[in-house]
Design a protein around this ligand. Structure first.
Ligand code: UDP
Length: 480
């Protein structure tokens, strides 16, 4: 008799690199460690998808994960140019649903489907799972603290009455999480409650409760309260499984020739500050120039994944930069003479950098980061203390958690007019790189790193959580 084909998990990721990276890793693990087949569908906001999308997604092909690049919305479906990042990502997913349905149906003919796994903006695909009778799961690529905020948002909204969240004088207290002050809430939650921006945020939060289960990219030693909310507004919530930290395992061949690695090889141990605001983060012209001066003033070595400034938004590079890899971005925004003065001490990389390899390099001493959740988990996993310079999305909440609860970052002080001075930058770099405080941070994050390793070890809590989920998937696959 023919062997029964392996159950297949279908993963659908919206056009956010910060989601695609952990999705690729999850897909890889399902195949290599859990005896499942996996197809990763990734939506794109642009056509063709950017080089980074293709590189990230392509990195798991060799591991046996099947890939499908979903076409970007056609010009006829395009949103207005000023549509928000979230609207564009949601729209790209919604437009792809008919395609996802076709793919799911045809795959179901050859192997039992074990589950459909989407990210936090994948709700439009729920109908496909229902039609096929397949479990519908979310892989939440942000911390439990944000998921908990989502689960509580409908009731927070109801008690807010005529007011606005931004005017709250008391912080929001979620079980087991650091208190969240109004100024640290995600930007969309601070918008007028009558606005479309807020309505979209609330809708996304409500959707978080409508899945058969949720995998969260965190681990219980980092967020001990993970999964603590079982019922909200009388509604039973999906079961939550902490399966992280899932950070991207990059094939060595992708990085081998990157110039910044040979530069790092020549620097003393623990001497270099790595500066990056993630795949999308941008600063204004004035702030970019001030950061340059601050790094120079700190007198520490640095490697800076630099982006062209953007005056209008702090997520100006979200769907890919306008320049291609290796192309000059022009450095006219840097202070006069800066490039000459920092030669040998600082390295500017105006394109995609191999971040996880950099963080694993012995020359790195600290990470100046926007606190995107992947960057945060990657820094923890490599035991590198952080300087927190959060920009958008839930990054300020992440920074607060890392500062107050985990105690592994120093948060940069934002001055008047939301401007950060070069003196503040230099002083924070010095504090994190050298002295008593630096030693304490290094010790704390070293301990956290060990706990992350434990969570992922055989029998560790995150590994066991994923074993449990996949066990359920396998035993129910093809029964409907
Ligand atoms: N990243 C990278 N090279 C870059 C910029 C980003 O490898 O030049 C990776 C980084 O390692 C992380 C992800 O992109 O895995 C960024 O995710 P994060 O959640 O930190 O921030 P986002 O880009 O979503 O704001």
């Amino acid at each position: 008799a023919l062997a029964r084909p392996q159950p297949r998990v279908l993963l659908l990721c919206s056009p956010c690199l910060g989601h695609l990276i952990p999705f690729a890793e999850l897909a890889r693990r399902l195949v290599t460690d859990h005896g499942l087949a996996a197809t990763l569908l990734f939506a794109s906001a642009r056509s063709p998808p950017s080089e980074q999308y293709l590189a990230v997604a392509g990195s798991v092909l060799a591991e046996g994960v099947d890939l499908v690049a979903l076409p970007a919305p056609t010009p006829a479906d395009a949103l207005p140019g000023d549509a928000s990042v979230r609207d564009r990502a949601t729209h790209a997913v919604a437009c792809s649903v008919p395609r996802v349905r076709d793919i799911a149906r045809s795959l179901a003919e050859t192997a039992p489907l074990a589950a459909l796994v989407v990210d936090m903006i994948g709700a439009p695909a729920r109908a496909v799972a229902e039609e096929l009778g397949v479990p519908f799961y979310t892989f939440f690529t942000s911390p439990w603290m944000l998921l908990s905020l989502f689960l509580h948002l409908p009731s927070l909204d109801a008690t807010c009455a005529g007011g606005e969240h931004r005017d709250a004088t008391e912080p929001i207290r979620l079980p087991g999480c650091v208190p969240i002050h109004a100024h640290d809430l995600p930007g969309s939650m601070l918008a007028d409650r009558s606005s479309e921006t807020y309505a979209g945020f609330l809708a996304m939060a409500r959707d978080a409760a409508r899945a058969d289960g949720v995998l969260v990219n965190t681990f219980s030693e980092l967020e001990p309260a993970v999964g603590d909310v079982a019922v909200a507004d009388g509604v039973k919530l999906p079961t939550v499984h902490a399966v992280g930290p899932m950070i991207w395992t990059r094939p060595v061949s992708m990085d081998r020739d990157h110039d910044c690695l040979s530069w790092l090889d020549q620097q003393p141990r623990g001497s270099v500050v790595y500066v990056s605001f993630g795949s999308g983060g941008t600063l204004t012209w004035q702030q970019t120039a001030e950061l340059a001066l601050g790094l120079e003033l700190s007198q520490h070595r640095f490697i800076w994944a630099i982006k062209r400034p953007d005056q209008d938004t702090s997520s100006g590079a979200f769907f890919g930069t306008t320049h291609r890899d290796g192309e000059e971005i022009g450095m006219d925004f840097l202070p006069k003479g800066f490039i000459e003065r920092i030669r040998g001490v600082g390295l500017l990389v105006p394109s995609w950098v191999p971040q996880t390899t950099i963080l694993g390099h012995a020359s790195i001493g600290c990470f100046l980061t926007h606190c995107g959740w992947n960057s945060t988990l990657e820094s923890i996993s490599h035991g590198i203390p952080m300087i927190a310079w959060p920009l958008y999305a839930e990054q300020k909440m992440n920074a607060a958690m890392m500062e107050v609860q985990a105690k592994v970052v120093i948060r940069i002080n934002v001055g008047n007019n939301r401007f950060i001075t070069k003196e503040e930058i230099a002083s924070v770099v010095k504090r994190v790189m050298k002295g008593e405080e630096a030693e304490r941070l290094k010790r704390q994050i070293g301990e956290l790193k060990d706990k992350a390793v434990d969570a992922l070890s055989k029998g560790g809590c995150s590994t066991s959580a994923l074993v449990q989920v996949t066990h359920v998937w396998k035993s129910t696959a093809g029964q409907k």
